[in-house]
Design a protein around this ligand. Structure first.
Ligand code: ATP
Length: 586
């Protein structure tokens, strides 16, 4: 299979105007892909060459890539830089230069060879590695067509941001290999427990949907995390959970999923699938000392902790630990504790199908508790007064509130789902009707007057998980400090697009469009209905979506969240209903 086939698909996908068009175009690409290349082409559709959690970094500085383009096209590096200044995109620059120097070149690059070379580029380390990366890229470019060069350059420098969600690729896979989109839930579950689209695709082509259904969690492959719904009233929560639940303290920190593989290696993943064991060497040590099973997957919240006082510390302090350098000092200055709440796998056994109480018992048996390695505080309650008391105690002890968990025998661990088996009850629902929500920036309006040169307001969207689309809910220009305003344009620049991205649903026309990327925490006085916004369109009232009154940025960037982890449109609908005091939908 020629790489040109993939490059042509990239080009079309970039221009596609809606999600159905994306699925159709992806399906055409997958149909043209030989079975043995399907895993690799699936990664390429994600803009990757390996599963996301592998953290493969092609790591080519733009300057170096400029030199590779210069070498491959016989152009002076200064000239390449000048053209780059004009286009703002090295991919386009390379394409334009090759259109002159390699006009009429026939496509000859094979997908396998391209991916092999990209892997070599990523793998080059140590002395002389930069030169080696440059040579490898220049060799590829010397054989590439202009269109191929466009994507090769984007891939090795900034990463390909194609704006295609994994659910959309799963839809295309289901359409081509499983007889239709009805198969997506099974494919999605498989993806949710291994986070490896290549692995799912490989099972699919080798053993069909049976093999996909038989995939199990395995240490080393992060599992997409289970998430919570929210309600503001204890009685309502109990009713939702069948009259009885486990009320666990909700700690305010960083969620980690710890994996110990058979070789004894320990890795910590964030919910965005980043590897953070180097940032939390003390947590790795705590687990080495206190975790029983040889192979295991468990989850917990890493919280800043004052060992002298035995007290929890605020979220901002643990965020200080999310750094690349100065780790030894950070470990010394900000001690943390791990509060464990889930056990997903132990010594050959997938525990995700077991009910909560059994998983909790396995977790308790697997951990030797220590002052900084603990289980989350949990009590089983069956009446609103007891739930209320647990909530007050949690807040008194420095927690945000409670996560109330279903103890039903059928309530397994739902990877990647925000269902009604976990319901959070937080302090801030109590003080105001409103709670903060996390929204993603999809557009911006140019600033005037004092705000000239930056943005006056951003257009924000919530994620519609069922449709894999981002729908707008508000414009927000309040709450940004001068530093925030100065930082916004460069932070948003990598996501800028010339037209509305295919997965953004909006009824406005901002001055600039962005691929969903930057997530902001927003507080708003009230949710209202409006014909200008598309979140929850038609679900509460015909021809109206949900909008926010007086939205304000809290100052908290949710870099720990991927765009698809933002507040969902369904959550907004639920929040609206809670506020209206009508029963939440099921
Ligand atoms: P928030 O912004 O309210 O923290 P979120 O969107 O990050 O919410 P939710 O799934 O809504 O995530 O809330 C659950 C989160 O709370 C988990 O992702 C986890 O990080 C944290 N947490 C703290 N304590 C617990 C606990 N005992 N059980 C489960 N999750 C917990």
């Amino acid at each position: 299979m020629k790489y040109e086939t993939v490059a042509e698909a990239y080009r079309d996908l970039e221009q596609a105007s809606g999600r159905l068009a994306l699925i159709e175009r992806l399906a055409a690409l997958l149909t043209a892909t030989p079975a043995e290349l399907l895993p690799v082409v699936c990664y390429l559709c994600q803009g990757l060459i390996a599963p996301e959690f592998a953290g493969v970094d092609l790591g080519l500085a733009e300057k170096l890539a400029v030199r590779a383009v210069a070498a491959a096209t016989g152009t002076a590096p200064d000239q390449v830089t000048a053209s780059l200044r004009e286009t703002g995109d090295l991919g386009q620059t390379a394409e334009q230069l090759l259109a002159v120097t390699a006009a009429g070149r026939r496509a000859s690059l094979e997908v396998t060879a391209v991916v092999g070379t990209l892997r070599q580029i990523a793998g080059a380390e140590g002395a002389g590695s930069q030169g080696r990366k440059l040579d490898l890229l220049a060799e590829l470019l010397a054989r590439a067509t202009p269109l191929e060069a466009r994507y090769l350059l984007r891939h090795v420098t900034k990463g390909l941001r194609l704006g295609i969600g994994t659910p959309t690729i799963l839809d295309a896979l289901a359409q081509v290999y499983a007889g239709g989109r009805a198969a997506r839930p099974v494919l999605e579950r498989a993806y949710n427990i291994c986070c490896d689209l290549g692995l799912v695709a490989s099972a699919l082509v080798k053993g069909g949907m049976t093999a996909v259904g038989q995939l199990r969690v395995r240490p080393g492959n992060p599992v997409r995390v289970m998430l919570a719904q929210r309600l503001s009233d204890g009685a309502e929560i109990l009713a939702k959970l069948g009259g009885r639940c486990a009320a666990e303290y909700k700690y305010d920190g960083v969620r980690v999923q710890a994996h110990r593989t058979a070789d004894g290696e320990m890795e910590l993943f964030t919910r965005r699938l980043e590897r953070v064991s180097t940032q939390f060497p003390d947590v790795v040590e705590l687990l080495r000392a206190g975790l029983g099973p040889r192979e295991a997957i468990l989850e917990g919240e890493v919280v800043a902790f004052d060992p002298a006082a035995g007290e929890l510390r605020p979220f901002q302090e643990v965020m200080f630990r999310r750094r690349k350098y100065g780790i030894a000092e950070a470990v010394r200055d900000v001690p943390v504790a791990l509060f464990c709440f889930e056990m997903l796998y132990a010594d050959g056994e997938d525990l995700t199908m077991l009910p909560y109480t059994e998983r909790r018992a396995r977790l308790a048996g697997a951990i030797s508790q220590a002052p900084r390695l603990r289980l989350t505080t949990a009590t089983e309650v069956d009446d609103p007064a007891a739930l209320e008391a647990a909530f007050e105690q949690a807040v008194t002890d420095g927690c945000e509130g409670l996560v109330c968990k279903s103890v039903s025998p059928s309530a397994g661990y739902q990877a990647g789902a925000r269902g009604w088996l976990w319901i959070k009850l937080k302090r801030d629902y109590r003080t105001e009707l409103s709670d903060t929500v996390d929204l993603v920036v999809v557009g911006a309006f140019a600033g005037r007057g004092r705000r000239r040169g930056t943005y006056g307001a951003v257009l924000l969207a919530a994620y519609d998980a069922g449709a894999d689309v981002f729908r707008t809910v508000t414009k927000c220009g309040t709450g940004f400090s001068d530093a925030d305003l100065a930082a916004l344009p460069p932070r948003l620049a990598p996501f800028q697009r010339p037209a509305r991205p295919a997965r953004v649903d909006a009824r406005q026309d901002p001055d600039v469009w962005f691929e969903p990327g930057l997530v902001l925490e927003i507080l708003s006085a009230e949710l209202t209905l409006s014909p200008n916004y598309t979140a929850g369109w038609g679900q509460i009232k015909e021809d109206a979506g949900l909008a926010m009154r007086f939205p304000r940025f809290t100052g908290r960037y949710r870099d720990d969240k991927a765009p698809q982890d933002t507040t969902t449109t369904q959550e907004l609908i639920d929040l609206y209903r809670i506020a209206q005091r009508t029963p939440a939908s099921t």
